[in-house]
Design a protein around this ligand. Structure first.
Ligand code: HAM
Length: 440
């Protein structure tokens, strides 16, 4: 057997990249139906529930993330894609998450004067320079939802209930919400003190990252996935035990309402979330049948009452959530959810001769206007190759246009399965096809 060496184009002695950057992926045509399904379902649920769409830029001033998300969080300290720009000036970074930018926009556009609560959603790519692995990308996609102006526990429940509705509407069944409360900032402060004491006593048993976290972000010690650190976490004092009366009562109400609404949930005292802005109720959704590894969360969210003030706005309670599209798409496949929507074109438009090509373009326009998905091969000559292509694509109807049909202003409509043909006026073709395809 002989092997052929692949020719790699080069520039200045260096091989040109022939692969997408590490941690990114091309979303191929065959995958698009999953992506469209997830994003369209999310939009439908959120729009229906009166969330309004907000798009923010893909990059922002870096300080928005250092101040908003937290300088010592992993996504800012280790994973920020900082941009190199010409001419100096402000430092920019690709957005690692959506909440800080939505808050920036909320303040910038004076949304405080809008009727409360202000409910905003977004869909798009985010960037985290993390170590790529299954379920963890450097360009990831999220849809997210934020609510401004409500401090009531019922709104925490509403956000979780909408998330539950959305996952159920997608057809997913195997998921559970892990919930916890981080209390008010004073609860957290007092708790961090006792937590640090516990971890200092066990310092020698910790992984290198956790030794660092002990200095920079002690709450994150609790959700380290290293076995030895989990042992230390098991013996740690619980934040839930040191909540103030108000925070405890709010959390208990949230849990009782989730119970009443039948939302699958578990209380997880070790859940702290990786971003600094949270307080009160926080949560993540995991597949129920798997161990909750950090790269398995389908989504997460919580309250961030202090963030608007921290970013220069007026003190406003707020909360929200975001979901990973890649992770939901892979759960749809793992749960074997069939997407029933017909994906391919059901009609093929074939033509013979130059005059017929002109008519074919007009016919295609009328089909497109009637939202009939068709395939075509306008540059091809000869009927046989076109019919062969139509059958390869799985079309059930072929529209045939030749010289005679051009003159008569008709087309031949052929049923691929039965082989039956009929002559249809061009002007009523879209209507006739809609009937046969059972379209509205
Ligand atoms: P997050 O937990 O960092 O929260 O991300 C939300 C979701 O995005 C995760 O649960 C996961 O599904 C997905 N995700 C995160 N990182 C990656 C990655 N590297 N690869 C693939 N998927 C990923 C936030 O971003 C908060 N802004 C959510 C929020 C909104 N909280 C309040 N409002």
């Amino acid at each position: 057997m002989t092997t052929q060496k692949k020719k790699v184009p080069r520039e200045a002695g260096r091989a040109l990249p022939l692969q997408a950057p590490r941690g990114t992926q091309d979303i191929l045509p065959s995958e698009q139906k999953y992506w469209e399904y997830v994003i369209e379902t999310a939009k439908q649920v959120l729009r229906g529930w009166d969330w309004q769409r907000l798009d923010t830029p893909l990059f922002e001033e870096t300080s928005l993330f250092t101040v908003g998300v937290g300088e010592d969080t992993d996504i800012v300290a280790k994973e920020l894609f900082e941009l190199k720009t010409r001419g100096g000036g402000a430092a920019y970074s690709l957005r690692p998450e959506g909440t800080a930018a939505v808050v920036r926009a909320y303040i910038e556009h004076g949304m405080r004067s809008w009727p409360k609560p202000v409910k905003l959603y977004y869909v798009g790519p985010f960037f985290r320079y993390d170590r790529p692995q299954a379920g963890r990308y450097r360009q990831l996609h999220q849809f997210g939802m934020e609510v401004f102006g409500s401090a009531a526990p019922i709104t925490d429940v509403e956000v979780i209930y909408v998330a539950h509705t959305l996952l159920a509407q997608l057809g997913l069944e195997d998921y559970v919400f892990h919930i916890n409360s981080l209390g008010v900032p004073a609860d957290r402060k007092a708790y961090v003190k006792v937590l640090k004491e516990h971890y200092r006593r066990n310092r020698t048993k910790l992984c290198r990252d956790c030794k660092e976290r002990l200095k920079t972000n002690p709450l994150r010690l609790l959700d380290c996935k290293e076995e030895k650190c989990q042992q230390v976490a098991k013996g740690a004092p619980r934040l839930l035990d040191s909540l103030s009366d108000e925070a405890r009562s709010n959390f208990e109400r949230v849990v009782a309402m989730l119970e009443e609404l039948g939302v699958p949930h578990e209380i997880r005292g070790s859940l702290v979330r990786g971003l600094d802005y949270y307080n009160g109720t926080v949560w993540e959704v995991f597949p129920k049948s798997q161990e909750p590894a950090s790269q398995a969360a389908l989504g997460g969210g919580g309250r961030y009452d202090g963030l608007i003030k921290r970013l220069g706005g007026k003190d406003t309670p707020a909360l929200g959530a975001a979901f990973g599209v890649e992770r939901i798409v892979s759960r749809l496949k793992e749960e074997g959810i069939e997407l029933t929507a017909f994906d391919g074109p059901r009609v093929f438009v074939a033509q013979l001769g130059d005059a017929a090509k002109m008519t074919a373009l007009r016919v295609m326009r009328s089909l497109q206007e009637a939202q009939i998905h068709f395939a075509e091969s306008i540059d091809r000559e000869g009927m046989q190759p076109q019919l062969k292509l139509a059958s390869r694509l799985g079309a059930s109807w072929v529209v045939i246009i030749g010289q005679k049909e051009v003159l008569d202003k008709t087309v031949i409509l052929r049923n691929v399965v039965s082989g039956m043909q009929e002559v249809v006026p061009q002007e009523s073709l879209a209507q006739e096809l809609s009937k046969r395809l059972d379209l509205p």
